[in-house]
Design a protein around this ligand. Structure first.
Ligand code: SF4
Length: 224
């Protein structure tokens, strides 16, 4: 966590615990780079600063506002959510099962929202978090893991030692800045010493060096 307190990325949605603002942020962040979301998020909250105004938004205006971010399915989900909120007195539930069942929300978004809104002790598991955890514990990362209950329980067990909010942001920032899909920057990683993937890579490298030496030695013998 010491690393994260130094390296944490700053975003507007990280400074709020308002469930509506967090929900909008997480919906915009789906499959989208956080830096690209910043501008649209500001414009969205200027236009719809609260859930009442969002629930009464015109579909056409929402689509227009979301256009710069792409992903037509996301815009349609947000339109559907707005209509749904209008029908349910603009109430946004603050428990996991009800929140994740809202249109277009699902387990990841619901967890990410509730971690930051009410400090729910969980980890919002997406493919980036799967990658970091799997590399750390020496498991092959697969796409299906993020939907597996056992993996979710294991990820949640990590919260015991830290604040849920800090742990979730730390995992996201580590995945984005250091433990990238290609060429992870292990030398700069705070988990280096205990990371299975990094240790394995180190051994492989050492083996290669040895192999090279041994191999050339053998050739020498053959030649000699
Ligand atoms: S040491 Fe490397 S592989 Fe392990 S978590 Fe850090 S960046 Fe990822």
């Amino acid at each position: 966590m010491r690393w994260w307190r130094r390296a944490a990325r700053q975003f507007r949605w990280r400074k709020t615990d308002d469930v509506y603002e967090l929900l909008i942020a997480e919906l915009l962040l789906r499959r989208t780079n956080a830096r690209a979301v910043e501008q649209v998020y500001d414009a969205f909250l200027d236009r719809y600063p609260n859930k009442i105004l969002f629930g009464n938004a015109k579909s056409r205006d929402l689509r227009q506002l979301l256009k710069p971010l792409g992903l037509a399915w996301r815009a349609e989900n947000i339109v559907t959510l707005s209509k749904h909120l209008k029908q349910s007195d603009c109430e946004i539930p603050q428990n996991l099962s009800e929140l994740e069942s809202l249109p277009g929300v699902g387990p990841y978004v619901a967890r990410a929202v509730l971690v930051n809104a009410i400090g729910l002790k969980t980890v919002a598991v997406d493919s980036n978090v799967v990658r970091v955890i799997c590399r750390y514990i020496g498991l092959e990362p697969t796409d299906s893991l993020r939907r597996q209950k056992a993996f979710q329980l294991f990820a949640d067990s990590l919260v015991n030692q830290s604040s849920p909010k800090e742990l979730n942001y730390a995992l996201l920032d580590l995945a984005s800045l250091i433990c990238r899909p290609q060429n992870p920057k292990c030398q700069h990683c705070p988990l280096l010493e205990k990371c299975c993937f990094a240790q394995h890579e180190k051994q492989k490298e050492a083996g290669c060096q040895e192999g090279k030496t041994g191999h050339s030695g053998q050739r020498k013998n053959q030649r000699g």
